[in-house]
Design a binder for this molecule. Structure first.
Ligand code: BGC
Length: 448
């Protein structure tokens, strides 16, 4: 079970590598192709467009062909996209290659948490999905470090192309994944499902009782859009998933991810300091994810989310205060700004980072899980794009301090959102969550 989950989580590594890699490469690309701002924006955002499309298609793909085949396809696209990026001779080819990479990310970011939630047992589910988020953060960190190294040689083609190597490892590894037992049963292949589940659980008895539980859930035959239109309880879980992903992006995480070098520049660091400072942001992001892996199945989802939002609100608020001091900034305030940035990253990495992906995989009923998660993953990418695109406008119209106050306020508001809407799903089986949802319980109460 752990091996299958970790192997599938390598999809997260690819996701992170591709998110992280472009910031360091963009300057060199712009120089070589004489790309204007518009082309540069397209080179960056074409991947998010692809990811949003990929997430939408992933629902159908993983329903029809299964989670495993969908992961194999995404791995293949990762390799192809990375090689095309490295060889691109025009901006158009580069943008096309980035759309392909986006498709891969869209499919992978949908299928991997879904697959892991379906092979994991309820005692380890949260921790195993956190490994997926850990892989994302490792990917971002590796991309920052590899960019920093290749930047000494201005080797942007290597920055983008080297991602094909882990992509190839993922491609080979994904052939060894077992099919998801829940998906096999969805397709009426019960014997295979039992065989697979026996290999994933400590005893045959446990596997058999889980199969019976899944069978119970599968009796109501409904799915996708028709289920969304007919079943008000399913509508609630879909809206919750969509809301959770909007919340994750509105924390402002990617503002920090994309603009960390600039914040280090403001803090008075030189070129090297900015690059390696950004790598430290990546490192803290990765290390703090271990807190989630270790504690999410012990402390529970709700307390960790509340704590994370509180820390992020404080971090953004403190950054706003430091920025509003403007001209009076001294060396100390510069270092404080860096400390506050790392505090914010820590708050995100042990809470909203992994937990939103966990919850989105947990709250959807089996028959509508593909549709529900396609909606929430699609939203993640659209919101990611919207936050990235609006940041500079916000800076221009509100000013830096007010922009960060806005994010502080949003994070504070998300504490209330969590308390009112988010269920505690720690240690509860997916089938029990579904039963409560369909029984009409309040969203907050569909867990424990
Ligand atoms: C988010 C990404 C973010 C990453 C940072 C993920 O959970 O979905 O948008 O860049 O965390 O670690």
């Amino acid at each position: 079970m752990i091996l299958a989950a970790v192997l599938a989580a390598v999809a997260g590594l690819m996701f992170g590598l591709d998110i992280g890699v472009i910031s360091g490469a963009l300057g060199f690309i712009a120089k070589e192709f004489h790309a204007d701002t518009f082309s540069q924006e397209w080179i960056v955002s074409s991947m998010m467009v692809g990811a949003a499309i990929g997430a939408v298609c992933a629902g159908q793909l993983s329903y029809r062909f299964g989670r495993k085949k969908a992961l194999i396809l995404s791995a293949f696209l990762f390799v192809l996209g990375a090689l095309l990026c490295a060889m691109a001779s025009t901006v158009t080819i580069l943008v096309t290659a980035r759309v392909l990479l986006g498709l891969a990310i869209g499919i992978a970011s949908f299928v991997a948490p879904l697959y892991i939630s379906e092979v994991a047992d309820e005692q380890h589910r949260g921790g195993l999905i956190s490994i997926y988020q850990l892989m994302i953060t490792i990917g971002i960190l590796l991309a920052f470090v590899s960019d920093a190294i290749f930047s000494y040689y201005a080797a942007w083609r290597w920055m983008l192309g080297v991602v094909a190597i882990p992509g190839a490892v993922f491609l080979v590894g994904s052939f060894f994944l077992p099919d998801s037992p829940r998906w096999l049963m969805l397709r009426g292949r019960d014997d295979e499902a039992l065989k697979t589940l026996i290999s994933l659980r400590p005893s045959r008895a446990e596997a058999e009782s889980e199969i019976r539980e899944i069978q119970g859930r599968l009796r109501q035959k409904q799915r996708g859009l028709s289920m969304f239109l007919e079943n008000p309880n399913f509508r609630r879980s879909v809206v919750l998933g969509v809301g959770l992903q909007i919340v994750q992006q509105l924390t402002g995480i990617n503002v920090v991810m994309y603009y960390a070098p600039r914040i280090f520049e403001v803090a008075g660091f030189g070129q090297d300091g900015q690059m390696w400072g950004t790598a430290i942001v990546g490192l803290v992001n990765m290390l703090a994810t271990f807190i989630a892996i270790g504690f999410v199945d012990r402390w529970g989802r709700r307390p960790m989310l509340v704590a994370g939002f509180a820390i992020m609100a404080c971090g953004m608020g403190a950054l706003a205060v430091l920025l509003s001091m403007g001209g009076e900034s001294s060396e100390i305030t510069h270092y404080l700004a860096v400390a506050v940035l790392l505090l914010f990253i820590t708050g995100f990495a042990f809470s909203a980072g992994p937990l939103i992906w966990i919850l989105c995989a947990e709250v959807q009923p089996l028959e509508g899980r593909d549709f529900g998660m396609a909606c929430s993953t699609f939203t993640n990418w659209i919101a990611n794009m919207a936050v990235g695109a609006s940041f500079l406008t916000l800076l221009g119209s509100l000013g830096a301090a007010h922009t960060f106050w806005l994010y502080a306020g949003l994070n504070a508001f998300f504490i209330i959102f969590t308390l009112v809407f988010v269920p505690e799903t720690r240690g509860v089986s997916l089938e029990a969550i579904e039963q409560k949802l369909n029984g009409g319980a309040k969203l907050r109460e569909i867990g424990r």
